[in-house]
Ligand binder design. Sequence first.
Ligand code: BT5
Length: 308
Amino acid sequence: MSETRRQLLELLANDAASGPELADQLDISRTAVWKHIQQLQDTGFDIESDSDGYHIRSVPEFSGYAVAYYLESPYQIEYTASLPSTNDRARDLAGVGQSNTIVLADRQTGGRGRLDRTWQSPSGGIWLSVLLRPSLQPAQLPHLTLAAGVAITEAAIAHGLDAGIKWPNDVLVGDDEAKLAGILTEMEAEADRVAWVIVGMGINANIDTNILPNGATSFAANAGDVDRAQLTATIVDRFDALVGKTESTLDAWREHNVTLGRRVRVSTQDETIVGKAIDIEPPGSLIIDTSSGQRTVYAGDCDHLRPV
Ligand code: BT5
């Protein structure tokens, strides 16, 4: 969204303002104010005018404009109703040098999980990829996946969900540990420098569970429909606040995880490790106490097992 339109929304977020007041504060002509108002109305903002000036009555349910209205961190937003995969689109944007961009869709036709698994992405979800070029070493990147998990989990808890994070990347709800969200982080790096990183978040927001895979749940199933634009902005802002802050991320992760203290089976590319998860250490590795000593696992698929 244009900076002027963003400022205009900020001015109207608090109170009504007249055309001349807005023109004055934004340092543009009254005609330009009127044009911006028209464009916002065209994209779904319900803006009325009366003797006090313009009032925002409602913001569109889900669109780039709606998210930008709530978002505080400095990202451009590219919203498309339907896309194959927001991570793929973010890769294309990375390829042409873009950064600090959120790619957002209501529906994906080729959503991907890790290891090329399929991610079901019907309409009503929040399918989002954050593209950034942080000045971090490649080895620091795993905390970004954890940060996304923290951001989603905290937002879910704020909506009253009994949510927790399973190492490394799943947000689960309730005793039966139904999957609310998953995260897919991809990057391009040289030896000591990250070119770009894409943190893809798949969040089951306003979706009926009977069109999701077994073992999945949604915000709607637990708390009724949510305001996806506001939820997206909350999650991205919290994620952004944790970028580069490994220790704070790990502290928040420890607070919200459901893996530590559990018996786990972690499958890595080369082996399967079974034992008790006892801690997480920078940049996001799981420490497992096994019958043959402690092991540190950097990446893998984790299952929670029943206690023996
Ligand atoms: C993940 O993979 O959990 C990462 C999912 C990331 C999806 C986002 S959406 C925005 C961005 N664009 C993309 O194309 N991807 C990212 P993984 O841990 O491999 O889990 C995949 C497994 O979760 C599947 O094999 C199914 O069993 C299950 N699954 C598929 N769709 C699901 C859904 N909507 N909700 C819950 N579980 C699902």
